[in-house]
Design a protein around this ligand. Structure first.
Ligand SMILES: C[S@@+](CC[C@H](N)C(=O)[O-])C[C@H]1O[C@@H](n2cnc3c(N)ncnc32)[C@H](O)[C@@H]1O
Length: 286
C-alpha cells in the first residue's frame, strides 16, 4: 500500500481523513488507533513518530481508520474499552461503557459497603457488556453478582468479560426481562442499573456513533423513564428490606426519578451529581 512511511506521516494522513468525515477529536482518535496497531499505550505513540511503519501495520492501521471514518465508535473499532480499571470487550451488540457509569460503580460500592453485610447478593439490571457487574465483582470481593439482560448477544459478551477479568466465579449472567416483575421472596442486597433512558423521539437525533449502538440500550420510551419506572416498581420484590437501589439516569431527569422512587415506596432517596456537576445518579433504600 502506498502512503507515508513514518508513524507521524500516517497519523497526519489519518487525522485529515477523519476530520474530513466529521469525526470529533480526529487527532486523538488517530493516535488511539495507532497505539492499538503498535500494541503500545497512546503516550508511547508520540515517541514512535519518526519510526517507519511496516507495510502490514500500515494496512492494519488504515483498515481501522476507514472504519472510524464511517463513524463507527472508537471502542467498536478497537474491540475494547477501559472501564473502572477493567478491560471490557465490546461489539455492536452492546453499549460502549461510558466514563460517567464508572461513577455509578463508585456509588454502588459505597452503598454496598454502608450496608456492612458479610456476603452480598448484587444484581446489575441491563448489564450489556457486563462492565458494571464485572467492576462491582472486582471491587466487592465478597459479592455474588447477577448480570441480567434481554439480549443474548450482550449476555455472551458479559460472560466473556467476567472470564477475562477473572471474576467469572462470582458473576452469573441471566436472561431476564425487567418488564416481567419478580415473584418469590426478595433476595438481593443491592440492585444497580444503568438502564436505557433516552426519550424515543430523541434517539434518532443522536450522534452518528451513538446510532451505531443498539437501540435497545438507548431507548427508554416516550419520556425516557419506562425502564426506571419498571425497576422502581419491582425493587421491593427484588431487593431485601434495608437493601439499596442505585441508578444512572439522563440529564434533566433527576426530579422525575426522585418522584418515581418515592412513589414506589423507597426511602432515603438521594440524587448525586457526576464529575461535570450534572445530576445523573440516584440511590434509595428499600
Ligand atoms: C444503557 S445500556 C447499559 C449497559 C451497561 N450496563 C453499561 O452501563 O454500559 C442498557 C441495557 O439494558 C438492556 N435492556 C433493555 N431492555 C431491557 C429489559 N426489558 N430487560 C433487561 N435488560 C434490558 C439493554 O440490552 C442494554 O444492554
Amino acid at each position: 500500500m502506498n502512503g507515508p512511511e513514518t508513524v507521524a506521516g500516517w497519523l497526519a494522513r489519518a487525522e485529515a481523513f477523519l476530520a474530513e468525515r466529521g469525526v470529533p477529536e480526529a487527532s486523538a482518535n488517530a493516535e488511539f488507533l495507532m497505539a492499538e496497531v503498535l500494541e503500545v499505550g497512546r503516550g508511547r505513540v508520540l515517541a514512535e513518530r519518526a519510526a517507519a511503519l511496516s507495510q502490514r501495520n500500515s494496512m492494519h492501521f488504515w483498515e481501522f481508520v476507514k472504519r472510524r471514518g464511517r463513524r463507527m465508535p472508537l471502542a467498536y473499532v478497537l474491540g475494547w474499552q477501559p472501564f473502572a480499571g477493567c478491560r471490557i470487550k465490546v461489539n455492536e451488540s452492546v453499549l460502549v461503557p461510558r466514563p460517567e457509569t464508572e461513577e455509578l460503580v463508585t456509588l454502588a460500592v459505597s452503598e454496598a459497603e454502608a450496608l456492612g453485610r458479610r456476603s452480598l447478593q448484587v444484581v446489575d439490571v441491563g448489564t450489556g457488556s457486563g462492565c458494571v457487574a464485572v467492576a462491582l465483582a472486582k471491587r466487592l470481593p465478597t459479592a455474588q453478582v447477577y448480570a441480567t439482560d434481554v439480549s443474548p448477544a450482550a449476555l455472551k459478551l458479559a460472560e466473556e468479560n467476567a472470564m477475562a477479568n477473572h471474576v467469572s466465579t462470582r458473576v452469573r449472567v441471566l436472561r431476564e426481562d425487567l418488564f416481567k416483575p419478580h415473584s418469590g421472596a426478595a433476595w438481593a442486597d443491592l440492585a444497580v442499573s444503568n438502564p436505557p433512558y433516552i426519550p424515543s423521539a430523541a434517539v434518532d437525533g443522536l450522534e452518528p456513533e451513538v446510532l451505531k449502538e443498539p437501540r435497545l440500550a438507548l431507548d427508554g420510551g416516550k419520556d425516557g423513564l419506562d425502564h426506571i419506572r419498571a425497576i422502581a416498581g419491582d425493587a421491593r420484590r427484588l431487593v431485601k428490606p434495608g437493601g439499596r437501589l442505585v441508578l444512572e439516569f439522563g440529564s434533566g431527569q433527576a426530579a422525575a426519578v426522585a418522584r418515581i422512587l418515592a412513589k414506589a415506596g423507597l426511602s432515603q432517596v438521594r440524587i448525586f451529581t457526576d464529575l461535570q456537576g450534572v445530576e445523573r445518579l440516584a440511590a434509595a433504600s428499600v
